[in-house]
Unconditional design. Structure first.
Length: 675
């Protein structure tokens, strides 16, 4: 009887929330129109009240939660899809009509189906692979790290280290960024449910009200992590209910918002759709709203002069002060990747045209900015070395007023003849010349870097193997901050001493991202070499979080053991190495359409060049080659036979109904794909 009443109440609450969603999607037209959407989603969410949370007084639970108001017993929150309703991109400022592509490239259903069939065959290949003893151990550990909420798997804990049980800090939580390699490992093994649950539960957390000293960050913010807590039901010491308790940075060290969480969420959502074929998930109205809230936060107007995202120090994997405030590469690469993924997933309707246009404009401006200003190699450093300063004009060469004296002494000897990399950060009058692995790797994976730059980055890693890989792949950044720099920049952080943790420590979780980048660039050999290095130690060392010293010889001083993203990263790397076509769920190829057409009105003859046109001129490959690379749809059987696939460019031009030009690519085996 009571159960029936409870279930009725819950259904009532859902109806209430859905009605609100309907209302909100229909009738709010201002930038603040996203608030009711979020409010509606909050009603579909579970909550924990501030008293129950260890996070205490700064945490503000949803204003009204009908589930808790009704003293409900534990059970999974509703995650079924609300009815599909058209979304309006209210918060995206209307833009002038431009000649740029109005929408994401059309998906060809035949090509999509072919891609899905190919991926499914690869997943089967993964499942039937012979696993090494180390992989078996890793799978068993990964299984043990799974966190359940109301009986369903929703994520994996950051670390499961019995030796540090008394000092878990927040390592017993599910971190959004840490879960990504776990999710990839599960997806590659054909286990999509945990990933779907994770995506939907974190989506519900997105719209919680969060405050730090009475100030609330934007609504699209995704938590850094969450924990499942059991709290006693009111007035009953024996019955408990489970609640999800998120941390948006309001209890994290330094109180920094995790800017990367939402970006990772979008990247994972696309990967999930690609490999499972469950596109219905990304089409759901609440999921579309989630994507839009994240994008609204990233694309909203501010004081910025650059297309790069302006963030505070520690807003990503490096979540402590390390001098990466401003426009750090890691955030820019993930931002670019998330925009590329979102562009494929945003439902196309009249209401989303402005959003898609905003995404396109940002993508092309961002790629130009990074390719042009972040790239350094021998030639560029020599140019900077001879820079004139104090140039005041539109056509200044040294646009950011970089004083050549800031070229660090280590760089002159370090930069190889062949290759180069994207610097860590660019600010007015400041270039951070440190090499950051994650940002460089994702610039390759997402095609933020040009083909030539991507090759250059891998060439540099190869040439500097002893600095970046040595005894454990890979250094989070190179070189470490030492002496006075360490004291001032890290704030004398004892965890970030030189060649430790974020300050030049070696993080095995970077291995899966390195593998992806290598596979994309046809450098499987490099990835294989790195995996072999890691394999020599990871299991014996009990899967540490990070390694210390200049060459990564010691297990990190404060490193957790049995760190989940070390384990999952290793597994994902092994599977991608053996079944490289699976890398396509995370990779984005160069998109030439992005470089066509622009709203900036700068014509070819102007002294100040349009960045889109300039970006196009940065390409060194013929467009046909790039397009050919973009459509590698190989079947496991084809890969095994090591057949070489000649790509024939038909040169044919067609016009789509919308008037956009289409060219047809023809594969030698009669596989036909449209670009
Ligand atoms: C450390 C890392 C961070 C990671 C967390 C959980 O704080 O810096 O990137 O998400 O541990 O593993």
């Amino acid at each position: 009887m009571a159960a029936a009443a409870i279930s009725h109440l819950r259904r009532g609450a859902q109806r209430h929330a859905r009605a609100l969603l309907f209302l909100s999607t229909r009738s709010f037209s201002s930038a603040s129109g996203v608030a009711p959407l979020a409010a509606a989603r909050r009603l579909l969410s579970t909550s924990v009240d501030s008293g129950a949370s260890s996070k205490g007084e700064n945490y503000k639970p949803p204003l009204f939660d009908p589930f808790r108001a009704a003293n409900l017993a534990s059970s999974a929150p509703p995650l079924e899809s609300p009815p599909i309703e058209e979304l309006h991109d209210d918060a995206i400022p209307p833009e002038v009509e431009d000649s740029g592509p109005p929408a994401a490239p059309e998906k060809d259903p035949v090509a999509c189906q072919h891609e899905l069939d190919g991926l499914k065959a690869w997943v089967e290949a993964v499942r039937s692979r012979e696993e090494s003893t180390q992989e078996k151990e890793a799978w068993s550990l990964l299984g043990r790290s799974v966190v359940s909420y109301c009986g369903t798997a929703v994520g994996t804990v950051a670390a499961n280290d019995p030796s540090a049980a008394s000092q878990m800090l927040n390592y017993d939580q599910v971190f959004i960024r840490d879960f990504v390699p776990s999710a990839i490992a599960f997806l590659l093994k054909g286990e999509g449910d945990i990933v779907k649950n994770f995506l939907l539960h974190t989506l519900q957390l997105q719209s919680w009200e969060k405050t730090v000293d009475c100030y609330s960050p934007g609504q699209g913010l995704m938590p850094a992590s969450f924990k499942v807590r059991s709290i006693p039901l009111d007035g009953n010491s024996e019955a408990f209910e489970e609640v999800l308790d998120p941390d948006f940075g309001e209890s994290a060290i330094g109180r920094v918002a995790p800017v990367d969480s939402g970006l990772w969420w979008i990247i994972l959502l696309r990967a999930y759709g690609k490999i499972t074929g469950d596109y219905a998930l990304q089409e759901r109205v609440d999921v579309q709203t989630g994507i839009r809230l994240i994008l609204n936060l990233c694309l909203s107007d501010g004081f910025d002069m650059f297309p790069t995202l302006l963030v505070t120090d520690g807003s990503c994997m490096i979540d402590r002060r390390m001098g990466i405030h401003g426009h750090p590469l890691e955030i820019q690469s993930l931002f670019y990747s998330a925009l590329r993924c979102a562009r494929e997933m945003v439902s196309i309707n009249e209401g989303s045209n402005n959003l898609i246009r905003a995404i396109n404009n940002r993508l092309s401006a961002l790629s130009f900015h990074i390719r042009e200003y972040y790239w350094v190699d021998m030639k560029k450093i020599n140019e900077i070395y001879r820079y004139k300063t104090e140039e005041y004009s539109h056509d200044a060469i040294n646009k950011f007023n970089i004083y050549p004296e800031q070229i660090p002494s280590w760089l002159a000897d370090w930069i190889p003849e062949k290759g180069g990399y994207l610097i860590g950060n660019l600010q007015p009058a400041h270039m951070d010349f440190r090499f950051f692995s994650l940002g460089n790797l994702w610039a390759i994976i997402s095609s933020l870097a040009t083909q030539k730059q991507a090759e250059g980055i891998l060439n540099l890693i190869e040439a500097k193997w002893d600095d970046i890989v040595a005894n454990m792949p890979l250094k989070i950044c190179y070189p470490a901050l030492e002496y006075e720099e360490w004291r001032i920049i890290t704030g004398s952080d004892p965890k970030n001493t030189p060649w430790s943790y974020h300050n030049g420590g070696s993080w095995p979780t970077l291995l899966w991202q390195f593998t992806l980048a290598c596979i994309k660039m046809g450098r499987r050999d490099l990835a294989q070499r790195a995996v072999e290095v890691a394999e020599k130690r990871l299991s014996d060392d009990k899967w540490p979080e990070y390694y210390d010293t200049r060459t990564g010889r010691f297990i990190g001083k404060q490193s957790r053991l049995y760190q989940t993203w070390t384990i999952a990263g290793y597994l994902s790397s092994k599977m991608i190495l053996d079944c490289p076509e699976l890398a396509s769920i995370l990779i984005c190829e160069e998109d030439l359409e992005l470089l066509e057409g622009c709203a900036c009105n700068l014509n070819k003859s102007a002294r100040t060049k349009c960045s889109r046109r300039a970006a196009k001129s940065q390409l060194t490959e013929a467009p046909e080659v790039i397009r050919a690379n973009a459509v590698q749809l190989l079947h496991p059987a084809m890969f095994r036979s090591k057949q070489s696939w000649s790509v024939e460019y038909s040169g044919g031009e067609q016009r789509s109904p919308g008037g956009r030009r289409k060219k047809t690519l023809k594969y030698g085996n009669a596989l036909k794909l449209k670009d």
